[in-house]
Ligand binder design. Structure first.
Ligand code: SF4
Length: 238
């Protein structure tokens, strides 16, 4: 099976397993989605969701977060991982947006192409391809942009969609280019969601459940695991 057909077949099988179309989990405006994404890095959903709500309750306007004493912001988001890093980063990003746009809103991204919008976002301090794609895909913009998290990345490597030495950052462009150019935002979102869910629920970092995986016959790592009992060196990703 060539790569293009393999991508589509993996998508088809995982969509059947996880019931596409997958409902969007947020309906936040793009700036709120950006803050939510920054809070969620390496943090359980329940904790980042609670921190986001606490931030909105304490500071109803994003301008208030930008102007607040750093220690206060850090205390409000204390439930997330690394609040001491995330608080100053959020404030720096909010201030950068206000300085460049004259207002605290990212609604203008709707008028840009996906590539232009991602490039604009990635010029902000600490914003990479995963966050730029998340803002465009998960927010009310609902644009066709593919985020890649660590679960998605692990499944993509093990199934042979990308080489084992391709890091998460550069894998965004490679994995997005493998998807049909006429797919809409929902299809792109579904692709990310099903690969991520598969990493969370079956293709575990340690001890992937290959015997019940619908991708086994397509998956070099799964085949090797069945043959030898161990994920081959280089495919044992995070
Ligand atoms: S066969 Fe195993 S290694 Fe391959 S995707 Fe499925 S669970 Fe992961």
């Amino acid at each position: 099976m060539d790569l293009q057909n393999k991508v589509l077949e993996i998508h088809r099988r995982l969509c059947a397993l996880y019931h596409c179309p997958i409902s969007y989990f947020h309906a936040l405006d793009p700036l709120s989605e950006l803050v939510s994404s920054l809070l969620s890095h390496r943090t359980r959903n329940a904790d980042s969701g609670a921190a986001f709500k606490a931030l909105r309750a304490r500071f109803p306007e994003w301008a208030e977060v930008a102007a607040a004493p750093l220690a206060e912001v850090e205390a409000v988001i204390a439930r997330v991982t690394w609040p001491e890093q995330k608080a100053p980063r959020i404030q720096a990003i909010l201030r950068a947006i206000e300085a460049e746009r004259g207002t605290l809103s990212l609604d203008f991204l709707e008028g840009l192409t996906v590539e232009e919008a991602r490039a604009w976002l990635e010029r902000l301090p600490g914003i990479g391809p995963k966050t730029s794609a998340a803002v465009l895909s998960f927010s009310t913009l609902r644009r066709p942009a593919l985020p890649v998290d660590s679960h998605h990345h692990r499944v993509a490597i093990r199934t042979g969609l990308i080489p084992a030495n391709l890091a998460v950052g550069p894998s965004h462009r490679v994995l997005a280019a493998q998807l049909p150019s006429d797919w809409d935002a929902q299809h792109i979102y579904d692709n990310h969601e099903v690969l991520m869910l598969h990493g969370q629920r079956c293709c575990f970092h340690r001890n992937p459940a290959c015997s019940r995986c619908p991708l086994l016959e397509l998956c070099p790592a799964g085949q090797a695991l069945h043959g030898s009992g161990a994920i081959p060196h280089g495919l044992a990703t995070s």
